[in-house]
Design a protein around this ligand. Structure first.
Ligand code: FAD
Length: 428
């Protein structure tokens, strides 16, 4: 099947506008130390411009106020937004709110959409996706948070951590086991839990590489959360009991493509810094651009980024053609390939800048710290690699003799062409 990643000229014009807008209007905010209110006042008119261009919350279908753009075009948008950590928020596409809105769009009841999803899309509410536990991360079958039906309520007990944005959220979407007698994949469910519900305790924002001492002032950190006898009405169950993992997969598929494209935006920014420094810095008799090792970084980074871009666009295109569940291999591949490229390109950009690259005078050190997490969140690289390998290997059968064994093939070829070979010998 031919692949087609092309987009129409009108959309190209939108992308061009986005490039200028992100560079000129949003990136300068990175350099200011803003509190949330000031940031909100500055970005409010910017958000209006985004809405006027029809680019607000573009991840959702038109009936829910989105652009209905499909994954390829969304991916291309995220490549631009990924350059600056504030840009997704200005475009109504901020994680984890965007993924949670998608989740509610897929699995939420009409009342849940009205009460939680639409305000989320309008930017009036903030949310959190609370699944990982200290004892259960890459292997979700180990989840121990329980939700037990009690009359018209569910009662939730458990201990989560790395619930991003919990300390800043109005509601949490909590994954809990509702049927411990079946596999967690069939026995887990998601609940909307308003953050002020009695029994919800945001213990702390965990210090991380990204912000080691204090949490971001603008966004909540990665929180540890205790749920003790948290009572929510049955109406807060998303979908049906046992739907948790099915919904989580549908939420994470597109999210991974958008992550991968945002990583490319970050990589390209680091790459531009790498190249600018290479042609500018003079040392040991020439500019760095003349050193073969630096040329290797430039050439390798360019090729790796191009490969990541094509892999990601192909995964997006496959999703648009056949849906997320039929694009699992493609989506898993971009997770580990994209995260690795992101890390390596930023690392080379740091290196080529020497001590300046290690300093806070450039955004690289912050980008580097954030990039390290990409190999862990949304499932560690190793898990995605294992899943890709498993699916690929299903297409192979065990054999006693390798299919390509030359003596065996030669024997078969002699039999196949015996008449010709005999004739050739007879002619001698
Ligand atoms: C910045 C950040 C933000 C996050 N945000 C959220 C959030 O909003 N909500 C949420 O619920 N979670 C969130 N997480 C948690 C994230 O999803 C988990 O960290 C991730 O799933 C891995 O789980 P774990 O940390 O428990 O690692 P573990 O499960 O303990 O795995 C540790 C390591 O073991 C190795 N490993 C694991 N399984 C295998 C395997 N099968 N084969 C080979 N090696 C393996 C991998 O190297 C892995 O890194 C976030 C994490 C980070 C870092």
């Amino acid at each position: 099947m031919a692949w087609d990643f092309s987009t129409e000229p009108e959309f190209e014009a939108q992308l061009e506008w986005m490039r200028g807008f992100v560079r000129d209007e949003i990136m300068p905010l990175e350099t200011l130390d803003l509190d949330r209110d000031t940031f909100g006042r500055i970005t409010a008119p910017l958000k209006e411009q985004v809405k006027e261009r029809g680019l607000w919350a573009a991840h959702l279908p038109p009936e829910l106020g989105g652009g209905g753009f499909g994954q390829v075009r969304l991916g291309l948008m995220h490549e631009i937004l990924g350059q600056c950590r504030f840009a997704p928020g200005v475009f109504g596409n901020q994680a984890p709110d965007s993924g949670n809105a998608e989740l509610l769009a897929i699995g939420g009841s009409p009342e849940q959409k009205e009460r939680w999803m639409h305000p989320l899309l309008r930017g009036e509410l903030r949310s959190c996706f609370s699944m990982t536990e200290p004892g259960a991360g890459a292997d979700p079958t180990l989840l121990s948070t329980r939700a037990v039906r009690d009359g018209d309520d569910y009662v939730i007990n458990g201990h989560k951590w790395f619930s991003s944005n919990a300390s800043n959220a109005d509601f949490l979407i909590v994954m809990a086991v509702t049927d411990p007698d079946v596999s967690a994949y069939q026995g887990s469910s998601m609940f909307i839990v308003p953050v002020e519900t009695p029994g919800v305790q945001i213990v702390r924002d965990i210090p991380v590489m990204d912000h080691p001492t204090v949490t971001g002032k603008l966004y909540g950190g990665h929180a540890e959360v205790l749920y003790t006898d948290v009572r929510v009405p049955v109406e807060n169950l998303v979908g049906n009991p046992g739907d948790g993992f099915r919904l989580a997969q549908q939420r994470l598929g597109p999210g991974r493509i958008h992550h991968a494209m945002r990583w490319l935006g970050q990589s390209k920014r680091a790459f531009d810094m790498l190249c600018e420094r290479a042609v500018s810095r003079y040392t040991h008799g020439s500019v760095l651009a003349d050193k073969q090792m630096v040329q290797d970084w430039v050439a390798s980074s360019a090729a790796e980024m191009q490969a990541a871009r094509l892999l990601t666009l192909h995964a997006a295109w496959t999703m648009d053609q056949v849906g997320a569940s039929n694009a699992r291999v493609e989506i898993a591949m971009i997770k580990y390939w994209g995260a690795r490229v992101l890390h390596d390109v930023i690392d080379r950009a740091v290196q080529v800048h020497g001590s300046l690259g290690f300093s806070g005078d450039l955004p690289l050190e912050e980008m580097y710290r954030a990039a390290r997490a990409a190999r862990i969140y949304d499932g560690p690289d190793e898990v995605h690699k294992a899943s890709v390998a498993r699916r690929i290997l299903r297409g192979y059968q065990p054999v006693d003799t390798p299919t390509e064994h030359v003596p065996t093939r030669a024997e078969a070829a002699r039999r196949k062409f015996a008449d010709y070979l005999e004739a050739a010998t007879a002619d001698l």
